[in-house]
Design a protein around this ligand. Sequence first.
Ligand SMILES: NC(=O)c1ccc[n+]([C@@H]2O[C@H](COP(=O)([O-])OP(=O)(O)OC[C@H]3O[C@@H](n4cnc5c(N)ncnc54)[C@H](OP(=O)(O)O)[C@@H]3O)[C@@H](O)[C@H]2O)c1
Length: 265
Amino acid sequence: MPHQFPLILGWEASGTVHTVGKGVTSLKKGDRVYVYCRKPTLQWGSWAEYLTFSAEHGALVPTNLSMAQAAGVPLAGLTAWQALFDKTNLQPGEVVLIHGGGGGVGSFAIQWAKLHGSSVITTASAPKFEYVKLLGADEIIDYQKHHFVDQIRCSYPSGIDVVFDTIGGSVYRQSYEILKPGGRIVSLREQPDLDLSQKFKVRAEYLFTFPNGKQLQTITKLFELGKAKPPIVHQMPLDQAPLAIEEIKKGHTTGKIVLQVMSQI
Ligand SMILES: NC(=O)c1ccc[n+]([C@@H]2O[C@H](COP(=O)([O-])OP(=O)(O)OC[C@H]3O[C@@H](n4cnc5c(N)ncnc54)[C@H](OP(=O)(O)O)[C@@H]3O)[C@@H](O)[C@H]2O)c1
């Protein structure tokens, strides 16, 4: 990513509107908002007391979520939304494999796919089984004990419709093998593999999540109607950001780590 120093990291946040620019009518001072506000150059990020963002990228925080819970929603919630609906055009009744269903993105993907009327298979380690079941997963594969390709071939000999890859590497490449012809795969980690796409006659996409306040508003409604479960969040003070990054790098967190910048969060 292009970046410039001094550099403040962070692409998402929840907080209270301090000031709105000329012509902004959708938000006003004092509104509780959340936002995914990636900018073309990394510099003035969201790990800060104040940040600026385009009003069209923000939405009101769901009334039934705390500020900390809300801070864990925008990037993961939008990523799952755009992967399933903008990239693979998942349909009701279709079968989707979501890799890493207990992670930040995967936990939203399970919920969005189920709300849409699709069947969800997910991979997770045993300690996360209860969590992904609670989110609505229909079938769970313990990826540490079983190979997902064998398991899915057994249950769906002619293949499944969609794979959502949050892992990359060999998990990504092997996922092509379990799709039916005409199936779709979207990855957060890998660019499409043209040879594999042709070999298995599937459509492959890469997603780099984009800010979208309208989609975030829809997600707000799902929380307020009680259709979506608030994310599990682990709060850490800003000065423990390096520790938070180390945890995330291990790749086995449940839900989201939220950095607390201001004391009233
Ligand atoms: N391209 C984009 O715009 C974009 C947007 C958001 C995120 N991302 C990337 O997408 C990835 C996922 O993000 P996240 O926030 O969901 O990460 P996360 O919260 O760290 O979750 C990762 C999950 O993957 C699971 N996992 C690890 N190895 C696995 C394997 N071999 N098979 C199946 N599951 C496995 C872990 O489950 P266990 O604990 O059960 O092992 C964990 O629940 C990250 O690499 C992130 O950087 C990209």
